[in-house]
Design a protein around this ligand. Structure first.
Ligand code: SF4
Length: 394
């Protein structure tokens, strides 16, 4: 029996047909890095992200040219879109006219309350939700300090910036609000979200901003986002990596899988290997990972090197193998179903895996790809997310 995290109750809203907050599962987001003015290139990337299980995609709208291509992008997108607006509130109005599903506004750079009000009124008429996206790198200036007064902390400034804009939206009775308080520094970001979670009922979009290249960015994001999710805080997440956005989505899913918040794709349990190993385990782990991730079914597969922990882990997984001297015991749902020679490990695991999938999902997975191409695993081939955030079209 896996432990389940008790989540903070937030006020639900919709981004297109995806529910965020309330009882919806934590929603996975990413952001395109194409020139939004190039509708076909942007749509190509949106489709790639959606194939990976991205449920909401954000697109930058930095200028009129980008805004002009939104009607086509919105019409052809497979998932709801959020327009990311900075500085020029007129671009938000254009995005709304184009039928955008959500807006992200930064209180640090649209500081004119009347301009924010104009956007909010239009969003409300159209039933579009707004994310107040506070970023530590673009906070509003600090008000003049009285003699001897200390400047507010970064966390306080982030929370205050969010509250300033929340009050404008509330004044106009727009309640479809979500909030992000992103910082590169994980303790800062975690503190800001914790504080905001106590102050308002709205859903929170979690992220560590500019987290860096894939390895450190993944660790930084997993710690920041993971700490909050483990406390029940957070309704939607984005991992921001200095990399192809396609790399962000699997990391989001790994974070959610790790915390038992959602199940997407196969979970591979594998021993780290040690001096007791008597089979060639690492290439097998790699092959098992590629094969079962490519199939995309949310099952657990354990690949273990010897009899010390092997049988226990292999028994707990949906499918498992525990190696011995050039042989292995294959487990299916806790029972040893066959003993196979090392050369037959992979074919036997594929066969038994197909049985698990057929029993659990009533489907027969496709034949494995031609061996000459099976190594060419691309992330875009991962499919079949577990029940996504969309729980019905309004
Ligand atoms: S399962 Fe066996 S081979 Fe693998 S790390 Fe543990 S003791 Fe070593």
């Amino acid at each position: 029996m896996t432990m389940q995290i008790e989540r903070r109750k937030s006020r639900p809203l919709w981004v297109g047909d995806v529910q965020v907050g309330g009882d919806a599962p934590v929603v996975v987001q990413s952001m395109t890095n194409t020139d939004t003015a190039d509708a076909s290139d942007t749509l190509r990337q949106i489709h790639e992200l959606a194939e990976l299980g991205c449920e909401i995609v954000r697109v930058a709208v930095p200028d009129k040219e980008a805004a002009a291509s939104l009607p086509e992008i919105v019409q052809k997108t497979p998932v709801p879109l959020i327009a990311d607006i900075h500085f020029d509130h007129r671009l938000a109005l254009e995005a709304l006219k184009a039928g955008i599903h959500g807006l992200r506004l930064n209180p640090g750079n649209i500081r004119d309350a009347d301009k924010v009000r104009t956007v909010v009124r239009e969003a409300k008429v159209r039933g579009v939700s707004i994310r107040i996206g506070v970023n530590e790198g673009s906070l509003p200036p600090i008000a003049a300090l009285a003699e001897g007064e200390l400047p507010p902390t970064k966390v306080q400034r982030m929370v205050d910036a969010g509250l300033w804009e929340i009050r404008i939206l509330e004044e106009l009775e727009l309640e479809d609000i979500k909030i992000s308080l992103k910082a590169f520094d994980v303790p800062t970001m975690v503190s800001a979200y914790r504080e905001m979670a106590q102050l308002v009922p709205y859903p929170l979009h979690l992220g560590v901003t500019e987290a860096g290249p894939p390895r450190p960015g993944t660790v930084r994001s997993a710690i920041g986002i993971g700490m909050l999710l483990a406390e029940g805080i957070g309704d939607t997440i984005r991992v921001s990596l200095a990399a192809d956005p396609k790399e962000e989505v699997p990391v989001c899913w790994d974070i959610l899988n790790t915390l038992n918040l959602r199940q997407h794709g196969a979970t591979i349990v594998a021993c780290p290997t040690c001096g007791r190993i008597e089979i060639d385990l690492l290439p097998l782990v790699d092959e098992v990972d590629k094969h079962f991730q490519k199939l995309g079914y949310p099952i657990s597969v354990a690949v273990m090197g010897c009899v010390v922990n092997g049988p226990g882990e292999a028994r707990d997984a949906d499918l498992g193998i525990a190696g011995g001297k050039g042989k292995g015991a294959i487990f299916r749902k806790g029972e040893v179903v066959r003993i196979v020679q090392e050369a037959d490990f992979m074919p036997a695991l594929i066969e038994e895996g197909n049985k698990v999938i057929a029993e659990r999902f009533g489907e027969t997975p496709p034949e494995p790809a031609n061996p000459s191409t099976s190594d060419i695993f691309t992330l875009t081939e991962v499919a079949r997310p577990e029940a996504p955030g969309r729980v019905g079209r309004r």
